[in-house]
Write a protein that binds this ligand. Structure first.
Ligand code: EPU
Length: 329
């Protein structure tokens, strides 16, 4: 366990926001985590993974808890499936690289997404037609108030689009310690999504390689340019509203989903002329306008003002509200 007081959060968020926390505590076991919970009872707590989906809006007057539990092991297997238990601090992409090596399928489409195993289960990360909820069997947690272990089944996690019970009803009440994923041995590949269609991948490794190649052309590399991936969620609008918009904008991309029509926020933002535009040190990424980047020493305030200006102009032009996917802290 390591504990640091009054420390910069720069290494703990991929946006590269230089604010401070009262305490940052790193733990390597569930026992250490429960010790920390007891020690800091009553303090404001924040569990972070790689800090790749959050925006610190100012100094954090509390304790940032960082998981350094990084192991993974097979729990059981059948002829066709393997259950893998991974600890919260393991980088998701390191796990996926190992799974693909073993020809275990189910997560290859999620290759190269920044973030940890623990964060994947909170945020329900997704890409190229797959969401992690599709392969999560259960999520092991520690309850903050009691330090007791609680296991959530997939159903109990109430997964939605970049959403889970851990972001809503139970926000801040549980810390994810382990995730059990259910993978297939050489199962079916999901290659119907956009850019993957043309590639005709035959193996999980080929899908992984293709996904990494696409992501590299569109998204900034963590470590080179600060960002938190997609800043906004793609809005879902009622069918009638989408039809009206399609009369005005026949080229508007759109996808039929369960509860309406999904419109790429990237397209809306691009139409409003934001590509490559900036405010202070923050900028709309020119290769993927859904992403806000820290071009030059951006402050949280630069990023929030830019985000609000984008929200307002998309609303003025299209009458659509878009919402951040990034969690403001
Ligand atoms: N588009 C534009 N202009 C652009 C880029 C995209 O108009 O410059 C439009 C195009 O119509 C394109 C559509 O946006 O077809 C969709 O673009 P893309 O396939 O890149 O995906 P996205 O909807 O922008 C989502 C996820 C990403 C995920 C990709 C790939 C959200 C908020 N974002 O982005 O997830 O990697 O699909 O599956 O759902 C993240 O959550 O941080 C993230 C990067």
């Amino acid at each position: 366990m390591t504990i640091a007081n009054n420390i910069s959060l720069l290494p703990y968020n991929t946006f590269g926001i230089d604010v401070r926390a009262k305490v940052v505590a790193e733990y390597s076991s569930v026992t250490e985590l429960t010790e920390l919970l007891q020690r800091y009872r009553g303090e404001r707590l924040l569990a972070v993974g790689e800090g790749s989906n959050l925006l610190f809006t100012g100094d954090f007057d509390g304790v940032v808890l960082v998981s350094r539990m990084c192991r993974a092991k097979a729990l059981k297997e059948t002829e066709t499936e393997v259950w893998i238990e991974a600890e919260s601090g393991l980088k998701l992409d390191e796990l996926i690289a190992q799974l693909v090596d073993m020809n275990l399928t189910g997560m290859e489409n999620l290759s190269y997404i920044p973030g940890t195993v623990g964060a994947s289960a909170v945020q329900n990360v997704g890409a190229y037609g797959v969401e992690v909820k599709d392969v999560i069997e259960q999520v092991e947690t520690v309850e903050v108030a009691t330090s007791r272990t609680r296991v959530f089944t997939n159903k109990e996690c109430h997964y939605g689009y970049r959403d889970s019970v851990f972001k809503n009803d139970l926000q801040g009440q549980y810390i994810v310690t382990k995730v059990v994923y259910r993978l297939q041995k050489g199962g079916e590949l999901h290659t119907n999504y956009g850019g993957l269609k043309d590639i005709q991948a035959q193996t999980a490794q080929e899908v992984r390689d293709a996904v990494i190649a696409i992501r590299r052309t569109k998204l900034p590399e963590v470590g080179e340019l600060g960002s938190a991936g997609s800043f906004f969620k793609n809005p879902i609008v009622p069918t009638a509203q989408a039809n009206e918009l399609l009369q005005r904008y026949p080229a508007m991309p759109h996808y039929v989903v369960e509860d309406g029509i999904k419109i790429p926020a990237a397209w809306l933002i691009e139409q409003c002329g934001w590509k490559g535009k900036g405010l202070g040190g923050a900028e709309v990424y020119e290769k993927q306008p859904l992403v806000i980047v820290n071009r030059q020493h951006a402050t949280a305030s630069d990023i929030m003002h830019l985000a609000q200006a984008i929200v307002d102009s998309v609303n003025d032009t299209f009458g659509i509200n878009i919402y951040p996917e990034v969690n403001y802290i």
